[in-house]
Design a protein around this ligand. Structure first.
Ligand code: DI6
Ligand code: FE
Length: 408
């Protein structure tokens, strides 16, 4: 007999169907009549019940009643920490104003900056938790949270601290991304270069010194920062050994994806205006395309990201909420999957891979995103017959149970 001692918290899920999302296997990596052994918070074994090695037979068994088990969803692009809301701006857009017009008139991101600066860390946390809870209710186990509504050192640090505290009060992992290059704050209006040099880069150093930064992001756009300005931020990130990602080609094509790829970015996000050169560059760099249908939908954008080109060049596609008070007040990854399929013609399999395996890649996480031996036991158990149901329903949550690091 082999196998380690059985410790408390180790268990076996049997009578399950497991969509492993491991690449290169059956569609969805689906295993029917499956068993899944969890030991020390990690997946120890997964496969057909009939092949279960004897050593796992001693584990406490839990009957899944034929339910579907998947990797726990990962929301790899959110702005969950933010002050206030922009319902009034929503009204203005319905009255005819565009997102860019509102931004140029001092509304948009800058109005959330004012509300965020006015909020305490506790208030930011309390507000973010309401949105985090909505994600967790759909089984989400890892949430990326960006700064970028402070745009001064004190508030950027406060946002990142509030984001990290989410993981202290909820069973969820948080990855924090520094997005100092999100917008030019009012006090630097017309002086974007000065903002980058005097605030954005020094604040990155301060946040990194406090251990608050997992990655560095920027918004490369006419209403935000030029490629040359983003490059300076990325150079600073590189000096600190931090990975980068970029909001690129959302409203126009400034070559942001190519720039991101040149820095070996984990991801380039949005990408509605991406061209084939950019796709090629991303493929060469292994940069994940993060598809954000919530922003496309909210802004009533009509140009879809070039999904066919991304597929043809083998660029991995993640799907995320982009949860933010302006362009994507969306806190449902299931709905994001549905939108990615209906609006962008992703397959349900691509959408599910997009919130699991590819989302993990977009965050540089090797320990989650697929169900495989050695990976964290971050699992979602769903009351569905087929994995396509997860993307198919609209506004329905079939989550039965969530297992986080092996804990139900
Ligand atoms: N692109 C987006 O969609 C969000 N940020 C960004 O760079 C919008 C943020 C907002 O409108 O508050
Ligand atoms: Fe965003």
């Amino acid at each position: 007999m082999c196998g380690g001692a059985v410790s408390e918290g180790d268990f076996l899920l049997n009578n399950a169907r497991v969509a492993t999302l491991a690449p290169g296997e059956a569609p969805y990596g689906l295993i029917g009549d499956a068993a899944l052994a969890v030991r020390n918070g990690a997946v120890a074994w997964v496969g057909q019940s009939a092949d279960l090695p004897g050593e796992f037979g001693r584990l406490e068994a839990r009957d899944m009643g034929g339910r579907l088990v998947t990797p726990a969803p990962i929301d790899c692009h959110t702005h969950l920490v933010a002050g206030g809301n922009r319902a009034r701006e929503f009204e203005m857009r319905l009255e005819g104003a565009t997102y860019e017009e509102i931004a140029r008139a001092g509304g948009g991101i800058v109005s959330t900056v004012a509300a965020t600066r006015a909020a305490s860390e506790d208030a930011l946390l309390a507000d973010a938790l309401r949105r985090a809870d909505a994600l967790i209710a759909e089984g989400v186990a890892t949430i990326e949270v960006k700064s970028g509504y402070g745009l001064d050192t004190e508030t950027e640090l406060r946002m990142l601290r509030a984001a990290r505290r989410i993981a202290g009060v909820r069973p969820v992992r948080v990855r924090t991304t520094y997005l100092g290059a999100h917008a030019v704050p009012p006090e630097f209006k017309g002086r974007a270069d000065a903002y980058i040099d005097e605030v954005c880069i020094p604040t990155l150093h301060a946040a990194h010194a406090e251990g608050l930064v997992d990655a560095v992001d920027g918004f490369c756009e006419g209403i935000a920062f030029s490629p040359a300005q983003i490059e300076r931020v990325f150079d600073a990130a590189r000096e600190l050994g931090l990975p980068v990602k970029l909001h690129a080609e959302q409203l126009s094509n400034l070559g942001g994806a190519r720039l991101a790829a040149a820095y070996g970015a984990l991801s380039a996000d949005h990408l509605e205006y991406l061209d084939e050169d950019g796709v090629r560059a991303m493929a060469g760099a292994g940069t994940v395309a993060v598809i954000l249908p919530g922003a496309y939908y909210t802004l009533r954008e009509t140009r879809a990201p070039p999904i066919d080109l991304l597929r043809r060049h083998g660029v991995g596609m993640a799907v995320a909420t982009d949860a933010n008070p302006g362009s994507s007040p969306l806190t449902s990854l299931l709905l994001a999957m549905n939108m990615a399929c209906t609006l962008f013609r992703l397959t349900p399999e691509e959408a599910l891979a997009g919130i699991t395996r590819e989302a993990a890649r977009a965050l540089g996480l090797a320990e989650c995103g697929v169900v495989a031996p050695g990976r964290r036991a971050d699992l979602a158990v769903w009351d569905v017959d087929h994995p396509a149901e997860l993307a198919y329903r609209i506004g329905f949550n079939p989550l039965h149970a969530r297992i986080y690091g092996g804990s139900p």
